[in-house]
Design a protein around this ligand. Structure first.
Ligand code: GAR
Length: 197
């Protein structure tokens, strides 16, 4: 008899609204993927992602910056859920070096611009879209990349582009970016962590 592939657990780290986290969870469930979001890690108890996780029945770990930077605490939380892969989806704290090393090649991040444009410390969410408008860019997009020891660097896995019009504002650019994320990111997560041995 053919056995279904054993499931592999993902943790999603998120600090905000959590729309990407929800889209990924919904996609994996709808497609019967062997990848399973077994944990949401957040540094903000009041983040929207916490309510979304509760609604979706996914456990949440609310960790302080100190917890995240403590190897015994951070790795203990992940090991308790048998986490093999990490997705950063709007997570705003720096990932400590021990975690980058432990999950080398198994941790990805999404950034809401066409890196290397508009990346680096302090560049997140609306700040990125404001920078795109201020620079007069004619296009923007999303970048999914492996996580390395520096903000918004590491091998690029995927980019998608969208035009920026003269009438666009940071809010309209943000809406375009969320649409691109919804369209592509869940599938890119699946591809990034496949083939599963
Ligand atoms: C997303 O647009 C993501 O690309 C961005 O934060 C947003 C989170 O939205 N990430 C960064 O800016 C990382 N530097 P969400 O909480 O609704 O998924």
């Amino acid at each position: 008899m053919i056995q279904p592939p054993a499931s592999k657990n993902i943790a999603i780290f998120a600090s905000g609204n959590g729309s990407n986290a929800e889209n990924i969870i919904a996609h994996l469930r709808a497609t019967g993927s062997p990848l399973n979001v077994a944990l949401i890690v957040t540094n903000r108890a009041d983040a929207g992602v916490v309510q979304r996780a509760a609604r979706l029945g996914v456990p949440v770990a609310v960790l302080t910056r100190r917890d995240i930077n403590d190897p015994a605490t951070m790795l203990g939380v992940l090991e308790a859920q048998d986490i093999e892969f990490i997705v950063l989806a709007g997570f705003l704290l720096m990932i400590p070096p021990f975690l980058v090393d432990r999950f080398e090649g198994r941790m990805i991040n999404i950034h809401p611009s066409l890196l290397p444009r508009h990346g680096g410390k302090g560049m997140f969410g609306r700040h990125v879209h404001e920078a795109v408008i201020a620079a007069g860019d004619r296009e923007t997009g999303i970048t999914v990349h492996r996580v390395s020891h520096h903000y918004d660097s590491g091998a690029v896995i995927f980019q998608a582009r969208v035009p920026v019009d003269s009438t666009d504002t940071p809010a309209t650019v943000e809406a375009k970016i969320h649409a691109l994320e919804r369209e592509h990111f869940p599938r890119v997560v699946c591809e990034a962590f496949s083939p599963i041995p």
